[in-house]
Design a binder for this molecule. Structure first.
Ligand code: GLN
Length: 538
């Protein structure tokens, strides 16, 4: 079997949804039961995303194997409903460190190691190796950044070179602007972007045009003429009500048929069940009847992508419940300054993951407000740790309860770094990363949600609930309903008086449109119930 390659390049602007287009292509291939895998290249010199700040880079995504990867992997998994692994993520840092290792080992003995041919050949070999190992029929390679960036230029050259040896299709994602002043679409920037692509010796097979509105006829004509491609290869990728609609929108334009012809797979037929299932989920998101107001209280709320998995997990749950989550992004520091007033009309509150002390007092106040007013609460990782601290302070009367992360010298550290963790750690320094099992107790929100005893969720954290405080908290009414199989680590805690659950894991990282997170489903359902009850009281 000869693997085919589809290379997705960004032109003109970053952050316009190249990841959604790549994911949609993967989903379309999956609907045709074609074995396709993604590879993402990122130009930065970090070996992985572990140390990146969400303020600058958006969310750090974690895979089952503990790899800390670019958030686009989250998008691929949410569309594909498949577990990906660390080998599919290539960064400049990873590539260069492997090349240098080879050089030190003497693999290039006698040669000066150069970008051409050594680096270029190394990349092509690597990609072919990944494809072979997984028996991929198609590899969809997303190149991070935009064409013209210095840092991805050698990678693009490798893709051009690959295209001379393998069946390769280039998909260029660009943006068509519509300035208010003109009121019509302008293609000049997109044309200049295409010129840059062509200057690399690459001829696009498709130009996917992101835009606010449907593409105008003259836009299609200009892009087709400038890109030297037929009009049917200029693809409309306007803003849609939900990103999950994009594969259907592309199929409606006949993109699937053309693409399959390009990769010599036109004999393959669409799997009607898969297609229908996806469209009915998309329809259900679009037709959700009733709103619930969900507040997400964090410190990175001004960055749209910092909590993208949390937001998407709510969308997935909504597709099954027919409830529309209206998300309120609440800056935890503003709660510290201005109080909890902004929380009072919410039907559910989430405190997501995070690092460092900044903003945590505002999160603790929000948790307290939610507990005292019986507003459904979901705590994710840091949100679980703070739930324990809030309970210790307010119910157990340990007023200075805190976490070792915020104050290493404190007397009452409810959350601590457990040195025993050192021995079972996977890659990544001192963090507990990747998939871990937990055992769930009966008569709990967790059991009610997961409906099974053993669960597996992804983790990314350093600190744990201090076992010295387990009994004190439990006696005061905080239920411990999930623990590690050896009972050494607390995984899930719950309030006993109202719906409140905190998990040390990140269930949002495993939530997909076709397999929503059980906890998010339960939480959203509860938020809706809370809204109805509240309405009834009034
Ligand atoms: N900062 C906390 C820890 O390291 C929580 C991490 C998180 O929320 N991902 O344990």
């Amino acid at each position: 079997m000869q693997t085919k390659y589809i290379v997705v390049l960004g032109s003109l602007l970053s952050g316009i949804g190249k990841g959604v287009i790549t994911s949609s292509i993967l989903k379309i291939l999956d609907m045709y039961n074609i074995r396709a895998i993604p590879i993402k290249f990122d130009g930065y010199l970090n070996v992985d995303c572990g140390t990146m700040n969400p303020f600058r880079h958006g969310e750090v995504f974690v895979l089952d194997d503990g790899a800390e990867v670019d958030m686009d992997f989250g998008m691929y998994e949410r569309f594909l409903n498949k577990d990906l692994d660390r080998d599919l993520s290539l960064t400049s840092g990873k590539i260069f460190s492997e090349i240098i290792e080879k050089e030190r080992r003497g693999d290039y003995l006698g040669y000066d190691v150069q970008v051409v041919p050594h680096l270029i050949e190394f990349i092509k070999d690597k990609i072919r190796g990944i494809a072979k190992k997984r028996e991929a029929e198609v590899v969809v390679i997303e190149v991070g950044g935009t064409v013209g960036d210095l840092e991805n230029s050698y990678f693009i050259e490798a893709m051009r070179s690959l295209s001379t040896e393998e069946d390769t299709v280039f998909v260029v994602v660009t943006y068509v602007l519509k300035p208010h002043a003109t009121g019509e679409q302008k293609t000049k920037p997109a044309q200049l972007g295409l010129r840059a692509v062509m200057s690399y010796g690459i001829k696009p097979s498709y130009v996917v045009c992101r835009s606010e509105d449907p593409l105008e006829g003259s836009t299609i004509e200009k892009i087709s003429s400038f890109g030297s491609i037929s009009k049917e290869r200029v693809i409309d990728a306007r803003d849609l009500e939900t990103i999950y609609e994009m594969p259907l929108h592309l199929i409606n334009q006949g993109f699937d048929k053309l693409l399959l012809k390009d990769i010599c797979m036109e004999d393959r037929a669409i799997d009607k069940d898969k297609y229908n299932r996806w469209s009915s989920l998309v329809n259900s998101i679009k037709s959700s009847r009733d709103n619930v107001k969900i507040g997400i209280v964090g410190k990175y709320v001004t960055v749209k992508d910092a909590y993208i998995s949390v937001k998407e997990a709510l969308v997935h749950a909504s597709a099954y419940l027919n409830i529309k989550p209206e998300i309120y992004w609440i800056d935890s520091e503003s709660i510290e300054r201005e109080g909890v007033e902004v929380l009072k009309d919410l039907h559910g509150i989430i405190v997501p993951g995070g690092f460092g002390a900044r903003g945590t007092e505002g999160m603790i106040k929000s948790i307290e407000f939610s507990r005292l007013n019986k507003i459904p609460y979901l705590g994710l990782c840091l949100g679980m740790q703070l739930m324990c601290i809030e309970y210790a302070r307010d119910v157990c009367n340990i007023k200075d309860a805190t976490s070792e992360e915020f104050n290493p010298g404190a007397e009452h550290k409810i959350i601590v770094y457990l040195p025993t963790q050192r021995s079972i750690q996977k890659l990544g320094g001192t963090m507990r990363l990747g998939l871990y099992e937990a055992v769930i107790k009966d008569n709990s929100i967790a059991k009610d949600a997961y409906k099974r005893e053993i669960i597996r969720e992804r983790h990314r954290h350093r600190y744990e609930l201090n076992n010295d405080y387990r009994e004190i908290l439990e006696k005061a009414g905080l239920k411990i309903t999930g623990v590690s199989p050896d009972n050494k680590l607390v995984e899930i805690v719950e309030w006993s008086q109202s719906f409140g659950i905190g998990t040390q894991a990140h269930p949002e990282l495993r939530s997909r449109l076709e397999k929503p997170s059980e906890l998010f489903l339960r939480f959203l359902e509860e938020a809706y119930r809370y809204k109805q009850d509240k309405g009834a009281v009034r």
